[in-house]
Ligand binder design. Structure first.
Ligand SMILES: Cc1ncc(COP(=O)(O)O)c(C=O)c1O
Length: 368
């Protein structure tokens, strides 16, 4: 075996071992894309708007379009007024949503919760958008009383809301309806809501009584990560926005024969194919079964820890279980995400009850 081959083999073994004990981060490890292997012998570039039809043909726009249609369908659309594309991940989707919002309403303020993803303040800085962070309730949800108080003293600016649908640390879902009530009660003539649905965007549609966050619910754009509940070996995501809003910001570029509506020029052509394949393999019912299985494992964690008098909890419709922070040894061994005195386990499809039982033996020993 050559040196480089040994190096690759060692790296593969290392990654495999680390993947087996990855219970603290929300990347779904259950998929098999081997049927798509041949496509990795080809360069695919999803240059430009997925709906465009320019001279460049080595692209997977038709698959990308179907991915967007699936996401629009499961989240709800009104009058076919939607458009979207496959992004590099949730962060790009949030940036896109805020970009559309800023182009629509330059004289505005963005409201986001203190527990929003760390990318939000960064994106706001990049886009130079004035913003105010709103406090959260103990379960991690945006505090609507605080929101209303803050809105009341900023009535001359159009409010743009960044609602989190499944916060990073606690899996909390900000209330879109609650935000809309504030807008109505304070009689704002215009507003914009983007939902950062990185993880729970592929959970809520499969839970019967879950609140909506789609275009049909009055949201103007939302984004979902592809490497989370969708399942993809490489980071990607989906952003969906109201078509009539996007139409106002795209410009036609002759060189690519397409509208330049997306943030990146050259775009990954393989990830839309992966997401499309995942959708064909799972379908709505397949994802529903997967999500229900994840919620059952999340409840198993809570029940098992309760037997040891350790309080673990989760938000409704969330696979994120919050636990007291363990020692560094446990954090490293099980790749647990932490924040101050709390930690969490994210019960993704690859996290099994058997794995959890092994974790609990370690964790209980550590905590008692
Ligand atoms: C709520 C939330 N938003 C956005 C992101 C960023 O997504 P990505 O890593 O796909 O850019 C994450 C990632 O964990 C997240 O939890």
């Amino acid at each position: 075996m050559e040196n480089y081959q040994r190096r690759l083999k060692e790296f593969y073994t290392y990654l495999q071992a680390k993947t087996e004990r990855m219970i603290g981060y929300p990347s779904n490890q259950v998929y098999d894309y081997s049927e798509l292997y041949d496509f990795f012998k080809l360069s695919i570039n999803n240059l430009g708007d997925p709906l465009s039809n320019g001279p460049f043909k080595v692209k997977a726009h038709e698959f990308e379009k179907e991915v967007i249609e699936f996401v629009a369908e499961i989240t709800g659309v009104a009058d076919n007024n939607f458009w979207g594309y496959v992004t590099n991940g949730g962060t790009e989707g949030n940036m896109y949503g805020l970009y559309v919002a800023r182009e629509m309403y330059p004289d505005s303020i963005v409201y986001y919760s203190e527990e929003a993803h760390y990318s939000i303040p960064k994106v706001l800085k990049l886009l130079k958008m004035p913003s105010i962070a709103i406090s959260t309730n103990s379960n991690g949800e945006m505090d609507l009383k605080d929101l209303k108080n803050v809105l009341q003293v900023n009535r001359t600016k159009v409010p743009i809301f960044m609602a989190t649908i499944g916060t990073t640390m606690k899996g909390a879902v900000d209330s879109v309806k609650g935000i809309q009530n504030c807008v109505r009660e304070l009689a704002f003539p215009n507003h914009y809501i983007h939902c950062d649905s990185a993880l729970s965007g592929m959970i809520l549609p499969f839970c019967e009584t879950a609140p909506g966050f789609g275009i049909i619910d009055g949201v103007h754009s939302f984004s979902i990560s592809g490497h989370k509940m969708f399942g993809s070996p490489m980071p990607c995501g989906v952003v969906v926005a109201k078509k009539d809003y996007v139409d106002r910001i795209g410009s036609s570029i002759e060189y690519i024969g397409a509208l330049d509506t997306t943030l990146s020029g050259s775009r990954n052509g393989h990830t839309p194919l992966l997401l499309w394949y995942a959708i064909k393999k799972h379908g709505f019912e397949g994802y529903k079964t997967t999500v229900q299985g994840c919620l059952a494992v999340a409840d198993h964690i809570i029940d098992e820890l309760a037997k040891h008098d350790i309080k673990a909890w989760r938000n409704k419709f969330s696979v994120t279980v919050i636990i007291p922070r363990p020692s560094q040894h446990i954090i490293d061994k099980w790749q647990i995400a932490i924040q101050n005195d709390i930690a969490h386990i994210v019960s993704m499809p690859h996290v099994t009850k058997e794995q959890i039982d092994l974790f609990i033996i370690d964790y209980v020993k550590d905590m008692t």
